[in-house]
Write a new protein. Structure first.
Length: 318
């Protein structure tokens, strides 16, 4: 039973209301009423349509395309809740914006992920929850509590139910090796590491493959599939002797047109993603399978609101 005397309230922005509705259903709570309008000059107007005074508010808003519109919606929601005297404003951002700009790769660049963190915290967020952030160090950009969730256990359950011959977990680059290693331990499978060189924001080149891939079924674990560079990398696994039945488990399906084209490659068996990002009809594909992140988010919200430990949801950090 919850020890919290503040009423739990769940709201959704425009980015993925279907996900928010599913989370609310898991918690047996109605979604809060609010209205978002686009003014004639393209400004965004937010109105909270019910009382939230002294309530614990959770606003669910992944900042997917159009990123800046969804981020601005979120900022305005936080300010509206603060001015309406909400007790705590908890920001659930399954897909965190600008997460791939978490450092200065060159001189005279912003650290954009840090800018987003500062905006959220300054405007009034009391806590932030995100899923499979691109760089774990992003948590350090905040001084408020942050809960870094992962879809790893959801993917692991899915993989265990498949009949996969000689499976191995593949980290698509050195940066993902740590998380892929945890995923491999969770499934008790071998780990293979790919070393790539990024030649631009949208293109990469595979330099080396470390580990036994001969006649194995690669299961690639990554955080984002956008332009499809990870799909292109998969071909080098087949060239190195892997079975041409590659399974990709990738949390956030940005899925630009080039990724959908590369998904047609015969060596790709399926792309398994989560619903952190809403997938419109034009981005659907026969090889695409979507798993729900809602039960994980609902469990996190319940634990935060009731004051229970988040440790059971953080096994991916072990």
């Amino acid at each position: 039973m919850s020890r919290n005397l503040h009423t739990l309230r769940i709201f959704s922005g425009n980015a993925n209301p279907q996900l928010a509705e599913e989370v609310a259903n898991h918690l047996n709570r109605p979604l809060g009423r609010s209205a978002i309008r686009r003014l004639p000059d393209s400004e965004i107007h937010i109105l909270i349509e019910e009382l939230v005074r002294d309530d614990d508010v959770f606003i669910i808003q992944p900042c997917s395309e159009p990123v800046n519109d969804h981020l601005m919606e979120l900022i305005l929601y936080i300010d509206a809740f603060r001015r309406a005297s909400a007790h705590n404003i908890n920001v659930v951002i399954p897909y965190f914006p600008y997460a791939r700009q978490e450092r200065m790769a060159k001189g005279r660049e912003p650290i954009s992920a840090r800018v987003v963190a500062t905006m959220l915290e300054t405007i009034g967020a009391a806590r932030v929850i995100y899923v499979d952030i691109h760089a774990e160090a992003t948590q350090g950009f905040f001084t408020i509590p942050v809960d870094p969730l992962s879809a790893m256990t959801i993917f692991a359950k899915y993989i265990r139910e498949l009949d996969v011959p000689a499976p191995v977990i593949v980290a698509p680059d050195v940066g993902r090796a740590k998380l892929a290693g945890r995923f491999a331990r969770l499934l008790d499978l071998p780990l293979v590491l790919m070393h790539k060189r990024r030649t631009s924001f949208s293109t990469t080149e595979t330099m080396a493959i470390v580990g036994d891939i001969e006649n194995k079924t690669p299961i690639i674990f990554d955080d984002i599939v956008a332009g499809g560079s990870v799909l292109t990398q998969a071909e080098s696994l087949v060239d190195a002797g892997a079975r041409p039945e590659i399974i990709l488990t990738i949390t956030h399906p940005i899925l630009l047109p080039s990724a959908l084209e590369r998904l047609d490659a015969p060596y790709i068996k399926k792309l398994v993603v989560t619903n952190t990002i809403h997938i419109p009809p034009e981005k659907q594909h026969p090889k695409l399978e979507v798993l729900s992140i809602a039960p994980l988010l609902a469990e996190a919200i319940y634990r935060i609101h009731s004051g229970e430990s988040m440790s059971p949801l953080m096994t991916h950090q072990g």
